[in-house]
Design a binder for this molecule. Structure first.
Ligand SMILES: Nc1nc2c(c(=O)[nH]1)N[C@H]1C(S)=C(S)[C@@H](COP(=O)(O)OP(=O)(O)OC[C@H]3O[C@@H](n4cnc5c(=O)[nH]c(N)nc54)[C@H](O)[C@@H]3O)O[C@H]1N2
Ligand SMILES: Nc1nc2c(c(=O)[nH]1)N[C@H]1C(S)=C(S)[C@@H](COP(=O)(O)OP(=O)(O)OC[C@H]3O[C@@H](n4cnc5c(=O)[nH]c(N)nc54)[C@H](O)[C@@H]3O)O[C@H]1N2
Ligand code: SF4
Ligand SMILES: [Mo]
Length: 733
């Protein structure tokens, strides 16, 4: 009865990064329930994290007022201060850092959800201040893939799941409660009769239903694809017209893949030759085919080659910008897009040149994107197109080294906006060292995460139920959606836009932020429609683009040659191998005779978040490592026992769960564990030192991809040590 009377708002969920359209039910000014979208097309896109979001945001541990550190950094002691006092002090201290070390001494770390809601404000601020040192979770997730895709064919395609005849998946295994819309699209395609090819060392649910399952060795995706390309070229299965008219470097590519005969590929991947051949044929002969983006190849030491090979497979089969293929969506024409809002053109070249890591690992930095700038302007209408916000980033590892005082110049102020930096990259000890060496750390958050525990200020952030938003599908997925504000933020929680604007005013560049409120900036972004945000969001929950295929026939591709660069002039210009290759793993210490991967997301939590919601936590109370019985026997451990998973740089504690779907020698460790109920502050960090996977992930040269410098999270040599723990003591500190 009550719910009939309740007000309903259309909202976009940001409890993960995929922005499902949902309905918020509001009673007496508070969201009391979340249900699926009222739009019948979107009704199945909701998971338990979305359902529990109001509970998560109403948690008593949520930070509701600005907190200022008292005592030493990480002492765990805070005092409440007013926003005005906090911002005045932050501006003063940032000014001092900039005066002493230059604007590049400010680094900012953030994540997917945030960059979709801040309307370009963070980069706009940094570009006016003069700092290029922006890092993000997208360096390990889609942002880096978009940069590599742009090097090959000038844009980042999104898959046409709706009509495709074939889906080739690398690891990527969405479930009912993990990226639900993608899961639904794969299931629907399967029921429709699309062929499914799954490359995954583990017998995942997708592998179970696949037409081809290729259980490759962890981290060997690039090798497998070199073999598939070899088959497609040598069996003449490629689209000759497309190759002739629209690509450069085919002959060189052919020569390269001939260095990878199936016999060699079988050895590198652990697969049999016939299964590779047969999967390659199915993919190439399908009337249409997609290779959906996968984070698995974003996080490997051969990441750049693996992503390029995915692009290569699409090109060889002509499945680029075609119905049922991988499609280049345009920026929604109705709005001022986020890339334009960011104003990269105002950051002087000499500051761009200072971007950390761009000398050694240029791919997703300003330097890496520079050779594409003219072509991008010609084809896509503007020189800076920051797809998935991953195209003009500093390198995370290089940034942490600079923060830690290891050069090339000091970084002394660090702002974190909704990212759990300590846990969200490789080499947690280095990140910790870098944070301890800062003059100023500001964290905009909901909770006192391990990262926030090291801050000078924790600023209370609003949530997706408490703010209006435009979503443009990261400039990638071809949708334009809106989210209505369903309730007022509790306490003194504020938006990230409010933070950046306030700081810009105090730092003396108010003219770059003429919009006083978040609502004002949304109205501005929609001004071309002649509608206010309020009107627009009442009319459009979401808006699909006008589908136009093979746009390249009119404009060419946005690369230096105007064609798909199978042989990359851009990488060649930076002194890298212009063709894809496979770099074999270094020989590990004999002690580390298994390999771990981080991932296989938990249904209940998003990344490092969510452990504070009792209803969800009780479903997975502890971090679990998955191994099979063979592996358990090898290490002498049993299900339910506590172990330490150790790599050459660290070890983490977790409980064993035997899963027969895991292959021999492979260990799954979950990402992002800390326990909000445990003791806070330095030395403890709420269990992060004991449970966070970032402790065990190395970031030395052997474990970084050469071109992008992102860490290898899929195949780190490890061992398992049985340990005795008193669970009570363990959970105490
Ligand atoms: N070691 C290691 N690192 C990884 C990965 C891994 O497997 N291992 N995975 C990578 C991947 S795939 C990704 S996508 C990234 C994810 O990196 P992030 O997107 O940074 O992931 P989260 O851990 O969810 O951290 C987000 C933080 O934002 C806060 N937050 C959420 N909503 C809001 C809001 O509205 N306002 C404010 N102010 N704060 C908010 C949450 O409380 C949480 O602490 O991490 C990557 N890094
Ligand atoms: N509930 C929930 N859902 C989420 C998230 C969450 O935190 N919670 N996070 C979201 C985010 S940001 C991301 S990026 C996605 C990640 O989600 P997915 O892309 O589905 O990746 P994982 O869940 O990490 O699953 C990893 C899969 O890859 C396989 N695999 C491991 N190593 C390799 C390898 O080297 N090669 C290949 N081919 N396969 C390998 C594993 O066996 C496993 O099946 O999940 C999203 N969905
Ligand atoms: S999959 Fe779940 S958490 Fe992610 S946006 Fe959809 S409802 Fe929210
Ligand atoms: Mo991700």
């Amino acid at each position: 009865m009550g719910s009939v009377l309740m007000e309903q708002k259309s909202v976009l969920c940001a409890s993960c990064d995929i922005s499902c359209s949902l309905t918020a039910h509001v009673d007496k000014g508070r969201v009391v329930k979340i249900s699926a979208s009222r739009n019948p097309l979107l009704k199945d896109n909701i998971c338990m994290k979305g359902v529990y979001a109001p509970k998560s945001f109403a948690n008593p541990n949520r930070v509701l007022k600005p907190l200022k550190r008292v005592g030493e950094r990480g002492s765990g002691k805070w005092e409440e201060v007013s926003w005005d006092d906090a911002m005045a002090d932050i501006a003063k201290r940032l000014g001092k850092v900039v005066d002493e070390y230059g604007a590049e001494a400010l680094a900012v770390s953030t994540s997917e959800w945030n960059t979709s809601v801040e309307n370009g404000a963070g980069r706009r601020f940094m570009n006016h201040l003069g700092s290029p040192n922006w890092i993000s979770g997208v360096a390990l997730c889609a942002g880096n893939t978009s940069a590599v895709n742009r090097m090959v064919y000038g844009w980042y395609p999104f898959s046409d799941f709706a009509t495709t005849q074939c889906i080739l998946l690398f690891g990527h295994s969405p479930t009912r409660h993990s990226w639900t819309p993608i899961y639904n699209m794969i299931q629907t395609a399967k029921v429709r009769g699309a062929k499914i090819i799954v490359c995954d060392p583990r017998k995942s649910a997708n592998a179970e239903m696949a037409d081809h399952w290729l259980p490759l060795k962890v981290g060997s995706d690039a090798a497998l694809m070199l073999g598939m390309v070899n088959v497609i070229i040598n069996e003449n299965l490629y689209d000759k017209k497309f190759i002739e008219n629209w690509t450069v470097g085919f002959e060189a590519l052919k020569e390269r893949v001939n260095e990878y005969p199936l016999e060699r590929v079988a050895e590198l991947t652990g697969l049999d030759e016939e299964s590779i051949r047969s999967a390659a044929r199915t993919y190439a002969l399908a009337k249409s085919a997609i290779i959906p983006w996968t984070p698995i190849t974003d996080q490997q030491r051969n990441s750049t080659s693996a992503i390029r090979l995915q692009c290569t497979l699409r090109a060889l089969t002509g499945n680029i910008d075609t119905p049922g293929g991988d499609v280049f969506f345009e920026f929604p024409p109705e709005i001022v897009n986020a890339s334009a809002m960011e104003m990269h053109e105002v950051l002087p070249q000499e500051q761009k040149d200072k971007q950390l890591g761009s000398d050694k690992h240029p791919v997703f930095t300003y330097r890496g994107m520079e050779p594409l700038k003219e072509a991008t302007k010609r084809v896509w209408g503007q020189p800076y197109t920051n797809l998935v916000t991953g195209n003009y980033m500093a390198n995370p590892s290089a940034t942490f080294r600079a923060m830690a005082g290891e050069g090339p110049y000091p970084v002394k102020a660090f702002f974190v906006l909704g990212n759990n930096t300590l846990l969200s990259f490789a080499n947690m000890k280095l990140i910790h060292k870098g944070m301890m060496n800062q003059d100023l750390i500001v964290v905009h958050e909901h909770f006192k995460t391990p990262t926030a525990q090291l801050a000078d200020y924790i600023l209370p952030g609003d949530s997706w139920l408490e703010r209006p938003q435009i979503w443009e599908g990261f400039g990638w997925a071809g949708v334009l959606s809106t989210s209505q504000k369903a309730m007022e933020p509790p306490g003194e929680c504020r938006s990230v836009y409010a933070f950046w604007r306030d700081l810009a005013v105090r730092m003396g560049f108010e003219e770059a932020f003429p919009w006083e409120t978040l609502e004002d900036v949304l109205d501005y972004r929609l001004h071309k429609t002649g509608k206010s945000f309020k009107q627009f969001s009442e009319e459009f929950e979401y808006k699909l683009p006008n589908l136009r295929f093979r746009k390249y026939e009119k404009t060419g591709f946005a690369t230096p040659s105007g064609k798909v660069e199978l042989y990359s002039s851009v990488l060649e210009g930076f002194g890298f191998d212009p063709l894809p290759y496979f770099r074999e793993d270094p020989t590990p210490d004999a002690k580390f005779s298994s390999k771990l991967f981080t991932g296989l997301r938990e249904n209940e939590f998003f990344q490092t978040g969510g452990r504070h919601v009792p209803e969800l936590r009780k479903r997975t109370p502890e971090p679990l490592t998955f191994i099979n019985q063979h592996e358990a026997n090898k290490w002498g451990v049993r299900t339910g026992e506590w172990v330490e998973v150790e790599t050459k740089i660290g070890s983490i504690k977790m409980k064993v769960e035997i899963k027969e779907e895991m292959p021999n020698e492979l260990v799954r460790i979950p990402h992002g564990w800390w326990k909000p109920e445990m003791e806070q502050g330095i030395g403890k960090l709420s269990g992060a030192w004991q449970f966070s996977d970032a402790q065990a992930c190395p970031d030395d040269d052997d474990f970084l991809d050469l071109e992008q410098g992102i860490p290898h999270l899929k195949g780190i040599p490890c061992c398992i040590n049985k340990i005795k723990v008193n669970e009570k003591e363990l959970n105490a500190g």
